[in-house]
Design a protein. Sequence first.
Length: 349
Amino acid sequence: MYQDRGTEETVAQVCAADPFRGATVVDVVALHQRSLCYRLRFDDGRSAFVKRALPTGSGGAVDQEVAVLRQLSGSDLPVPRLLAALGDPRAPVLVTEDVTGSGTLETCRLDAGGTSPAWARAAARSVAAIHAVPTGSLPGDFPRCDPARRLVRAWTVVSPREVTRYASGFAEALRLLRGSHLVPLLRATADEWRPTAVVHGDIKSDNILCGAAPEAPRPLALVDWEAGGLGDPRWDVGCLIGDLVFTWLSGIDLDAGPSLDDWIAAADPPFSAVRTDIAAAVAAYEALVPVVAADRRLWVRFAAFFLLQRLCSAAIHSQVLPSRSLAYLQVAGQLLRRPDECAELLLCP
Ligand SMILES: Nc1ncnc2c1ncn2[C@@H]1O[C@H](COP(=O)(O)OP(=O)(O)O)[C@@H](O)[C@H]1O
Ligand SMILES: [Mg+2]
């Protein structure tokens, strides 16, 4: 049942903890992404999600996730219930409710034919519910996050260690980014950060787990709170928009013909469907949270960060930069340089 010693140790640690003492694990499903994640099933019918940072330290901030979930869990919010935080508080083993449901937002979109305004609305409402959490009663040591500034730093201050550790595609991506002259715009955008709400910080379809139906009372859960904390709510909305634009760009057909028009005409899902999803998400969010024109402009610019982040994280693992990267860069440039026109194109029904 165990893939390795580390898994076995983690399971033993969970079984010795209060909520699970006396129960026996009957199944371990590995769900690794950046961290070591498992779904454990117990003989009494319960199941739990378990996460441990990778020993290399590249697993992110599970302690931050614990601190955020301590505040949000146990309420009506769309987050998994925190069941335990075990071991070293600086590198804890996180145990939460298993919210597998019918899969990630990406899976549910694919099941619905590639896009789904109903799921887009459900995701936006969940994000709005988090942004509505009162900040006055948060403890003084509640995490703060600033992913925009962190990304600009990661893209501009690169250590030799990173260049040698990552595949050559990464250095190539950074060269392209520098050559695009977008860095001053990225910096100026990051300077607009206003920490006014609890935010998720890493909204993307992988981190949104859906239930049975978008119209259900609790349709989905936001997971992976390692980047969460007090931050700028406009970041989460920008990421939600960026995720949809990314879905569209991932579906354009670069072999359909020589011109951009050919690629776009053959896109699956088509731009019009993605745009309907974006407009649905934005309308659902705006029905719950007051928004001004400057917020919309920042959403669009933060959506560019999302595309660049996906470009760079794919580049880390590729020797040669995939040709699609140029499309992400190109669109990110438009979003950053012409946010008002892009807002009109993307956000309006
Ligand atoms: N509470 C949960 N219940 C069920 N599955 C989960 C839960 N949290 C995360 N997952 C699944 O495990 C994957 C990895 O977890 P995540 O917290 O996103 O880790 P990472 O930081 O490595 O991305 C997620 O993409 C999701 O599919
Ligand atoms: Mg994740």
